[in-house]
Design a protein around this ligand. Structure first.
Ligand SMILES: Nc1ncnc2c1ncn2[C@@H]1O[C@H](COP(=O)(O)OP(=O)(O)OP(=O)(O)O)[C@@H](O)[C@H]1O
Length: 446
């Protein structure tokens, strides 16, 4: 049946336009057959919907031609051969010692976050070299690296690239990738289920490389800080490797005990700056090649000149253009790119602390004085936190400056950001409010 599916793919390649074929049909894989049905897999629910609606009939008719009998298609989402695929990310993850801990400890490494997929420029040269040297054991006695940048500039990418590199070069090493928040949750769960010794053992004695994301999350979490400091001490004493990432420097994270602060500061601090136009263009070209998108140079140049906020935004512009062209069945040209960019780009330079405050006041029906007041009423605290969050997201001001502008210390600002980020994860009405306000700001409407 696998052969039949291969034949069907070549038939479809003749019938479906190249860019649509690459986007929708190419990734479909054969899973299994049962009776008169062939089970195929596709990468995500969106592609499942799209393929079924747009190409379902065409695929079934091609199946029928290739098999010489009617065949139905059952399209599922997920990996075709999870158990035996050599690229199965689970195999790239440290095997957890047998223990009765909550399953939420650790995340899988993303397959595309490798060194060769990372475009190096002046902005990231040092961080890249430091990460690669640490992975290749060429960083002398330096066993810890602290990756620091604004959001969306490649910290996770580089950190996971170290994980991939080590797993490839030293397959027996146990690499563990986890966010600081998950570390805390796992620790709390271990306490509750009386498994704390196993938890400690796991991180202190059964881990060779710890990739710890978003360490600023631990601000004010005293118990976790204590445990993490001890874990780090144990790892460092045994020459293990640790990579931290954060949007803040260790000295900027408030409410962190001295022991942890000193541990974090011992890491080689490597900052990633914003990429310039040339680097943005190289990133786009590489991403287009990897994604199989054939976009004219002029469109790539346009995207590189307009999408300047971070690399995540840049890549989403590229995917947006390719997806829109494919959905509309139209050519990729400047006009289409302009529409995509208009949806993404914000007139950020017009967004100031004042304009944010005014917008928040207008929609939450509070006054400017309320926002900077000492009031702890929920009806004031929430808008104040949202305003601080938007200020951090849409302006380049430091935590200190934002804090001062709201008559607060930067620790309070960080607390506000975390409170809003937590609320956003709940996907409820609060997220809708913040999305709404973000869109108003982005469209330059007060
Ligand atoms: N130099 C680069 N070359 C290629 N891709 C990059 C580069 N920098 C970032 N990216 C891509 O940009 C996206 C965002 O990167 P990443 O998630 O690593 O950012 P981050 O700094 O960890 O963000 P956050 O602080 O929000 O977690 C990813 O798709 C990543 O592959």
């Amino acid at each position: 049946m696998d052969q039949i599916w291969k034949r069907v793919k070549s038939l479809l390649k003749e019938k479906v336009p190249g860019h649509s074929y690459r986007m929708w049909i190419e990734p479909i894989e054969f899973c299994e057959d049962c009776a008169d049905t062939i089970v195929l897999s596709c990468p995500n629910p969106f592609s499942r919907k799209r393929i079924s609606e747009q190409y379902g009939k065409l695929i079934e008719s091609a199946l029928c031609d290739a098999a010489g009998q009617p065949l139905k298609m059952n399209l599922i989402v997920g990996a075709a051969h999870p158990a035996d695929s050599p690229e199965n990310p689970e195999e790239r993850q440290m095997k957890l010692p047998e223990m009765d801990l909550p399953a939420r400890g650790g995340q899988l490494l993303r397959q595309d976050y490798t060194f060769d997929q990372f475009v190096v420029g002046k902005n990231s040269d040092f961080a890249y070299t430091a990460a690669l040297s640490l992975a290749a054991r060429k960083l002398g006695n330096q066993n810890a690296l602290y990756l620091h940048s604004k959001t969306g500039l490649g910290k996770s990418h580089l950190s996971q690239a170290v994980g991939h590199h080590i797993l490839k070069a030293f397959p027996n090493e146990r690499v563990y990738y986890i966010t600081a928040e998950d570390f805390m949750n796992e620790m709390t769960g271990a306490y509750r289920s009386d498994n704390i010794h196993q938890f400690k053992d796991k991180y202190r004695h059964n881990c060779d490389v710890l990739l710890l994301e978003d360490v600023h999350f631990l601000s004010g979490k005293n118990g976790t800080q204590e445990e993490l400091s001890n874990t780090l001490e144990s790892l460092m004493n045994s020459n293990k490797k640790v990579i931290y990432s954060s949007c803040y420097l260790p000295s900027e994270i408030p409410k962190v005990n001295d022991k942890l602060k000193s541990r974090l500061s011992c890491g080689l601090i490597s900052k990633i700056d914003l990429p310039d136009y040339k680097v943005r263009l190289r990133i786009l070209k590489k991403a287009a090649r990897s994604g199989g998108f054939a976009l004219p140079d002029i469109v790539l140049q346009y995207l590189a000149s307009e999408l300047v906020d971070d690399v995540r935004q840049l890549k989403s512009g590229l995917i947006g253009v390719a997806a829109r062209a494919s959905l509309l069945g139209s050519a990729v040209d400047l006009e289409l790119a302009r529409n995509v960019v208009d949806d993404i780009v914000t007139s950020r330079e017009q967004i100031t602390l004042d304009s944010i405050k005014q917008l928040v006041c207008k929609y939450y029906k509070v006054t400017l004085a309320d926002l900077t007041s000492r009031s702890r009423r929920q009806a004031i605290v929430r808008p104040r936190q949202v305003a601080m969050y938007l200020s951090r997201r849409y302006t380049d001001h430091s935590l200190q400056t934002i804090g001062r502008s709201f008559n607060r210390y930067h620790a309070t600002t960080l607390h506000a950001l975390k409170a809003v980020e937590k609320g956003l994860k709940e996907n409820g009405p609060f997220q809708k409010h913040v999305d709404f306000l973000s869109q108003r700001l982005e469209k330059g409407r007060g």
